[in-house]
Ligand binder design. Sequence first.
Ligand SMILES: Cc1cc2nc3c(=O)[nH]c(=O)nc-3n(C[C@H](O)[C@H](O)[C@H](O)COP(=O)(O)OP(=O)(O)OC[C@H]3O[C@@H](n4cnc5c(N)ncnc54)[C@H](O)[C@@H]3O)c2cc1C
Length: 370
Amino acid sequence: MDTVDITIIGAGIIGLAVAAELSKKHKDLILLEKNDHFGQETSSRNSEVIHAGIYYPKGSLKQKLCIEGAPLLYKICKKAAIPHKRCGKIIIATNPSELSHLEELYKKANMNGVKTKLLDQKEIQKLEPNTNAIAGLYSPMTGIVDSHSLMKYLYSKAQSSGCEVVYRSEVVLLRKKNNGFIVGLKQDEYQFFTRVVVNCAGLFADQIAALIGLDIDRLGYRLRFCKGDYFSYQKPSPVNMLVYPVPSQDGVSLGVHATLDMGRRLRFGPDAEYVDEINYQVNASKAGLFYQAANKIIPNIDKKAIVPDMSGIRPKLGGPGVPFRDFIIKEETNTELSGFINLIGIESPGLTCCVSIAQKVSAMVSEILS
Ligand SMILES: Cc1cc2nc3c(=O)[nH]c(=O)nc-3n(C[C@H](O)[C@H](O)[C@H](O)COP(=O)(O)OP(=O)(O)OC[C@H]3O[C@@H](n4cnc5c(N)ncnc54)[C@H](O)[C@@H]3O)c2cc1C
């Protein structure tokens, strides 16, 4: 039976970043992807925002890895000429009832060590005259990145350092054996032995954990799909930076916001809707709701220019009404699966954190193989 030291499951941004990082130190590793190309799921279906780390509870992995990850990502983008822009963002209050929440966010940002500035209406008018703000929180460190170029860069780093990337390879079997695991693929029923497994399977990371025999309900690993549709604006953007509403208190999403891509294309989204299956089709009948949400932050937006664009699906730990859940990044030593590393619930700010997550995983793998 063939053997390999490290097997990474899933070639989204996280699997690619993990592969690029691990291949700096380890030479016997493989990255398996069920699709015929990298980044065809959540990693190419998001807002492409490099978050500064305002929203997350202090001490959480999301907060820590975002604050570490954003500067690391900017550094890589600059060094490798990956298209990106530190365009900044404002979270705007559009009515007096939102002011106290805006101040709470300001305090939270301070506690998290994230640079922000509270702006009054006049100051916002100077920065973004086309918004409907009565006050705002400005984050100069927030930016955007071309996620496809980033994935291409990570892929080539991993591959050129010796990581084998194999497409059309769906993992359908995992079994503990001696000090490692048997991995079985759907294609040709091929099986091999590996010492370490890193589960980066995104929306199916809970199912991979279940395959190795973990009780995903008892452990709180079960994922729910939370879809976010986007509508694009078919006219020149009336704003220069990212404009967000004050987020809803339920913590499900940051609210329908205005995002720009590297081509200055304006999009509104994502909304949040729990679904049972993966279907990326955008529900065109939501156009009216998107217009309302867009018009709340940028009045005088042209209703006819708002058209269905794309969607992404969040791998949510916990369903509607469940309060904050952190990323799960864990070696399963206490379930006697030493060498099995689960990354589950890597929703936003996963893109921002891809490099810091990869460094964390690399430290875990070094310990296992030492
Ligand atoms: C609507 C939306 C907006 C977002 N906006 C932002 C943002 O602005 N900024 C930010 O930082 N983050 C954002 N995120 C989060 C970010 O996109 C994710 O955290 C990140 O893309 C997760 O990457 P991943 O590699 O874990 O998952 P994925 O990209 O889903 O990759 C997982 C891969 O595993 C593969 N796979 C699954 N099962 C198997 C199997 N059995 N065998 C082999 N391969 C398998 C899949 O095919 C897939 O390619 C957003 C997410 C969504 C949904």
